[in-house]
Design a protein. Structure first.
Length: 147
């Protein structure tokens, strides 16, 4: 803990948030089956992710947007495209919006639990421990049967 976090929020508040998150992580470790990492299955999306990884983010975002524009929202590929759009996003805000769309609009898709886990990671990275704990609990309750 940095002196700033303790000074700004008080030592007890930081401890309470940290202990709450640790408790949720402990529950998840015992309650959920091992988490399965998934990757994009469509070759066009795989290519876009590789482009972004190679520093061509604008090109990757353009190709994912073109695919999104040409795919009906009812297509089973649509939530995967939204998820990929989040992975190649140019800002954390854009990434969060796309992940939230997957979680809310396509909660029954196989990408919703992955998107929710990414939101947990984003919350944790920005020290939003309440948000991380809330989303971890949601992941445990809503997706506990997911292998």
């Amino acid at each position: 803990m940095s002196g700033t976090a303790v000074g700004r929020y008080g030592g007890r508040a930081v401890w309470r948030h940290s202990s709450r998150l640790l408790a949720v992580l402990a529950v998840l470790a015992t309650a959920l089956p091992p988490y399965r990492l998934t990757a994009q299955t469509d070759p066009r999306l795989v290519a876009a992710v590789h482009e972004a990884q190679e520093g061509q983010g604008d090109s990757a975002r353009a190709s994912v947007q073109a695919l999104l524009d040409s795919t009906p929202t009812t297509d089973s590929l649509y939530p995967e495209i939204l998820y990929t759009q989040a992975m190649v996003a140019g800002s954390a805000g854009d990434m969060r919006r796309q992940l939230q769309r997957v979680v809310v609009e396509y909660s029954a898709s196989s990408w919703a639990d992955d998107a929710l886990l990414r939101l947990v990671q984003m919350d944790y990275a920005t020290h939003n421990l309440d948000g991380a704990a809330h989303n971890l609990e949601r992941l445990r309750l809503d997706y506990s049967a997911v292998p």
